[in-house]
Write a protein that binds this ligand. Structure first.
Ligand code: MD3
Ligand code: FE
Length: 210
């Protein structure tokens, strides 16, 4: 654990690359409120295994909340895990995501979904681009809760060298502009225990998808 980041009085503001802003600890003051909101979402929209484009189950478990319009765009008659309408994005989370985007220089961010990833020991996320959203001028806001991970941030080509970034409980990253289409992934999670989330890491990503 990076003790410095947990003890810092003020959140940081680090430009990793143009358009990629890391604000360590920005969610710490409201971490319990946010985790309670996550538990509420998961009660209404249970976690299920993410599927590869080829239809194979992935290690990471996922859920979503958001608007009916966003749900309709994502709804997949082939995927029995997602039958029910999504719950709305909880107001506290939505307002926080908007404030994060403004801080990072994206005052026009209008998210319609919050996607939840849950990792446990050994779960990884291979290098990929997020290209399913329609309006790529809109950034993605991400909040990490629970166990730390090593995040890999690459370039616009899959083979570009990647930076390794430690993401810890309470860290917020905004990805937009020239960094929106960077390849990225998560290294296999190390086993551990977090006082709030137990053996898990949660990542919330707020997006505009419609
Ligand atoms: C970097 N999630 O759900 S944070 C994903 O930690 C995803 O669970 C990771 O990648 C996680 O798709 C990473 C979010 C993130 C989202 C979009 C990005 C990082 C990004 C776009 C460009 C660069
Ligand atoms: Fe991604």
């Amino acid at each position: 654990m990076n003790l410095f980041s947990q003890l810092a009085v003020e959140p940081t503001h680090e430009d990793i690359y143009p358009g990629a802003v890391l604000m360590r600890g920005l969610a710490l003051k409201q971490d319990a409120e946010f985790f309670t909101a996550v538990e509420g979402i998961l009660a209404a929209a249970p976690l299920h295994h993410a599927m590869t484009p080829g239809g194979l189950p992935m290690g990471v478990m996922v859920s979503d909340c958001g608007t009916p319009e966003a749900f309709r765009r994502r709804w997949d008659s082939q995927n029995p895990a997602v039958r029910r309408m999504w719950p709305a994005v909880p107001r506290g989370l939505l307002e926080f995501a908007l404030r994060c985007a403004v801080r990072a220089g994206f005052p026009l961010f209008r998210p319609d979904t919050c996607h939840i990833n849950r990792y446990q020991a050994g779960t990884k996320l291979g290098m990929h681009q997020d290209r399913h959203e329609i309006d790529l001028s809109q950034p993605i806001v991400s909040i990490s809760l629970g166990l730390e991970c090593v995040f890999l941030l690459g370039g616009l080509q899959r083979t570009d060298a990647a930076k390794r970034i430690l993401l810890e409980h309470g860290d917020v990253v905004v990805w937009g502009g020239a960094s929106r289409m960077r390849f990225h992934g998560v290294q296999p999670l190390k086993p551990g225990w977090h006082a709030m989330t137990g053996p898990y890491r949660f990542n919330l990503t707020f997006r505009k998808t419609v």
